[in-house]
Design a protein. Structure first.
Length: 95
């Protein structure tokens, strides 16, 4: 099945946790960390060094291939927070 890109989003990740805004047609996404490191969660919890994953600049978080049947809820619950300095991420959405 081919991936069809439908939109992109640029997110500034600061000291308060932030989610992504998936378009209604999106079923999948890649989160590309473009500057500085972040912590992230998939369950809606607050990301921190003791909770969730860690991604550095240049890493890509793939919200596509985890075998979860409801990717929309995973995207809705995805949260990020900076590690030390404000970070940026590009989010690429697919149908």
């Amino acid at each position: 099945m081919a991936l069809n890109a439908i939109s992109d989003e640029h997110v500034t990740v600061s000291s308060a946790s932030i989610g992504i805004t998936a378009p209604s047609a999106a079923n999948r996404c890649y989160v590309e960390v473009t500057a500085n490191a972040i912590y992230y969660t998939f369950d809606g919890g607050t990301p921190a060094s003791s909770n969730g994953g860690e991604a550095n600049a240049g890493d890509v978080i793939d919200i596509m291939g985890y075998g979860h049947h409801d990717m929309k809820s995973v995207m809705e619950n995805f949260k990020m927070i900076r590690q030390s300095a404000d970070a940026t991420a590009k989010v690429h959405y697919f149908d």
